[in-house]
Design a binder for this molecule. Structure first.
Ligand SMILES: *[C@@H]1O[C@H](CO)[C@@H](O)[C@H](O)[C@H]1NC(C)=O
Length: 258
């Protein structure tokens, strides 16, 4: 019994904020231009950013809109998938740099291979990117793109970032606050469909909804939370802190060159 509780507590701690987040789902209120609609959205845990996406599993193609406010007007926003690690090295990134005046933001792609500053020229991604575009609305920059993923990908690390300025068309280094360094998570492509009503761990639903809020956050929120948390992430969660700290330190180091 106590052992169960001990296991359950960290799960609840993990699940409750996520459930609350999804229940309030600020991202769901985003109004995109006509012709841009996405099946899923997620308020990312840091930097006030959100990701909107549609994953076509039959084609392994991922359409995304990443939304974030640059750290200052004239700055940049970036989002990427990292198929090889948790940090920035290896990220396949879409970057949008604020345009001058009313000009649309400029979109770049960067295959971030290591600890070198990004140039002003795009580099090809491991996930070929098409339909690149960006716009600015309400102080935020929205980057659009379609990535050709590898067949069978189910979940992949994502990273995102915001910066305050660009020089000569290349993004300048960003800040090193905790939010900057913690801007990473796992994007779950499979099992995250809006209709994923049958949560694999129904035991979490009443628990997660109960203490955090009233009745309305229960069913809807936890059903979409469970698929991303339960299969792999939830169980080893208790042991994650040490590696996570290491990764954080690594990200901090890598971030120096962004
Ligand atoms: C991206 O960078 C990695 C590491 O240098 C390299 O192996 C890979 O071929 C690059 N991908 C593309 C599409 O250039």
């Amino acid at each position: 019994m106590p052992r169960h509780l001990a296991l359950l507590l960290p799960l609840l701690l993990l699940a409750s904020p996520a459930a609350t987040r999804l229940a309030s789902a600020a991202c769901a209120g985003e109004k995109f231009p006509a012709g841009r609609a996405y099946a899923s959205c997620e308020d990312l845990p840091k930097l006030g950013a959100s990701l909107h996406w549609t994953y076509d599993a039959s084609k392994s193609s991922l359409s995304v809109a990443f939304v974030a406010a640059p750290a200052a007007a004239g700055g940049w926003v970036a989002w990427g998938l990292n198929p090889t690690g948790e940090g920035i090295a290896g990220a396949q990134a879409l970057v949008a740099l604020a345009g001058a005046g009313a000009a649309a933001p400029a979109v770049r792609t960067y295959n971030i291979t290591g600890y070198v500053p990004l140039g002003k020229a795009s580099t090809p991604l491991d996930f070929p990117a098409t339909d690149l575009a960006a716009d600015a609305a309400g102080g935020k920059i929205r980057v659009y793109g379609k990535l050709q993923l590898r067949k069978g990908m189910k979940a992949v690390n994502q990273v995102w970032q915001v910066g305050a300025s660009s020089t000569g068309g290349a993004p300048d280094k960003h800040a090193f606050q905790a939010d900057n360094l913690g801007a990473k998570s796992k994007l779950v492509l499979a099992g995250k469909a809006p209709a994923a009503a049958e949560a694999p761990s129904p035991a979490l639903a009443p628990e997660a909804g109960g203490p955090s809020a009233g009745g309305d956050s229960g069913a809807g929120a936890s059903s979409s939370t469970a698929p991303s948390k339960s299969p792999n992430a939830a169980v080893p969660a208790a042991g994650v802190s040490a590696p996570a700290l290491l990764a954080l330190a690594l990200v901090g180091f890598l971030a120096a060159v962004w």
